[in-house]
Design a protein. Structure first.
Length: 404
């Protein structure tokens, strides 16, 4: 029956190889009966990792080196594994690192890990790390819990990080939680990562640190980022973030600085932030450099802003869209600073914003917002202001000033 159906397909008028239909049928039958090579399930205990807090670096690295990728799994049973050197996954495709859960499998760096990533993927493709914790160490923080690098001329893509906790309960335990890095002035791919349900705590720089032109299309879903200065730090690249909560940040939730590659003066792709909340922070929500970056904030719930600092400090020449978001319980003199210049476009739609003032150098469209009063808008001459029907509160109290 199978051969008769294959012959029918192979001899069809639109089948390009119909002249070789019998051979094609035989080849397809041969492939249908070929089982392939089963992916390996490699237990680090078989290489001597004890999971009792002792140094397991050599054993885990040996297990990783024994894998061929292509679906192989490195399994870390429940336990605490001492790590004294970076665990490296280099030029591998399809490797999976699996623990027994964030409260069961722990990677515990030693003091020798100060300034080094605990887990380092370099030019790795379609790899996964899930169901474990990567601890930090106060006094000797590793540079990152998990890092993805694209080396010179290489390519890293599709790294999945799922159900992972990074950092320790003690303060300043790690520098960056998850880091994507390209060498300076490099345009090599380090892209299309997928991060889900990851909690990052007690860091000294950023929960997520992303630099380089091509860490593009990173998707971050859920998770909590808290107890450090910066939630997301970027110099190039792009993210789509949804459902993440920021807690007790001290500097800024989103910091989009100028692109690290000096040959580019703009971000290549837009940044989308949806259904994100921030509470207990004394931090600015968004800060940018002057490079062009297009940012969309939708359904953001933000409260407890810092005193005497802007909630939004947007200095980019790109576009900023804030839609259906809530800003309340703010600090003293809450303000938006929107000073990207004549090419900057700001759109505020259907928000609830208890704001005292806005500073504008660029172009703004405001409609359907509920203001906590009538905010004072100070704009440079040459800026344009289009204000439609607002939902509640007064319209802008405008003041034009001479541009520098």
């Amino acid at each position: 029956m199978l051969k008769r159906n294959i012959n029918r397909i192979a001899s069809a008028p639109n089948f390009r190889l119909n002249r070789w239909a019998p051979a094609a049928a035989g080849a397809i039958l041969l492939l249908a009966g070929y089982a392939g090579t089963a992916a390996a399930f490699i237990n680090v205990a078989d290489f001597g990792a004890k999971g009792d807090g002792s140094d397991a670096t050599a054993a885990i690295q040996a297990a990783i080196n024994s894998a061929g990728g292509n679906g192989d799994t490195i399994y870390l049973p429940a336990g605490n594994y001492g790590i004294s050197a970076s665990l490296t996954i280099t030029k591998v495709m399809g490797l999976r690192i699996l623990g027994d859960g964030v409260f069961a499998t722990d990677l515990q760096p030693t003091s020798g890990m100060a300034g080094k990533p605990v887990v380092l993927f370099t030019d790795a493709m379609h790899c996964t790390i899930e169901n474990l914790s990567v601890f930090g160490l106060s006094g000797a923080p590793p540079s990152a819990g998990i890092e993805s690098d694209s080396a010179a001329g290489g390519e890293a893509t599709h790294l999945t990080i799922k159900d992972v906790e990074v950092g320790s309960l003690s303060a300043a335990s790690i520098v960056d939680g998850i880091k994507y890095y390209n060498p300076a002035n490099a345009d090599w791919n380090n892209d299309l990562g997928f991060i889900e349900n990851v909690d990052i705590n007690n860091f000294t720089h950023a929960g997520y640190s992303i630099s380089g032109v091509n860490p593009l299309g990173l998707t971050i879903q859920g998770g909590i980022v808290g107890y450090g200065p910066i939630g997301v730090y970027m110099q190039g690249g792009s993210i789509k973030m949804s459902g993440t909560h920021f807690d007790d940040l001290t500097d800024v939730a989103f910091d989009f600085e100028n692109v690290s590659n000096g040959t580019w003066g703009f971000y290549q792709h837009s940044i989308e932030i949806v259904n994100v909340s921030a509470e207990g922070d004394q931090a600015t929500l968004l800060r940018t450099g002057t490079d062009g970056v297009n940012v969309s904030l939708t359904n953001v719930d933000y409260k407890f802003s810092p005193a005497n600092a802007p909630i939004i400090d947007y200095q980019s020449t790109g576009s900023l869209f804030i839609t259906a978001s809530t800003f309340f319980m703010l600090g003293n003199s809450p303000t938006f600073q929107l000073v990207g210049g004549p090419r900057s476009i700001i759109t505020l739609t259907d928000n609830s914003i208890a704001l005292n003032s806005l500073t504008l150098d660029g172009h703004i469209l405001s409609q359907g917002n509920c203001w906590g009063g009538a905010p004072h808008l100070t704009a440079t001459r040459g800026s344009t202001i289009a204000e439609g029907i607002e939902a509640c509160g007064g319209k802008f109290v405008r003041k034009m000033v001479r541009s520098n």
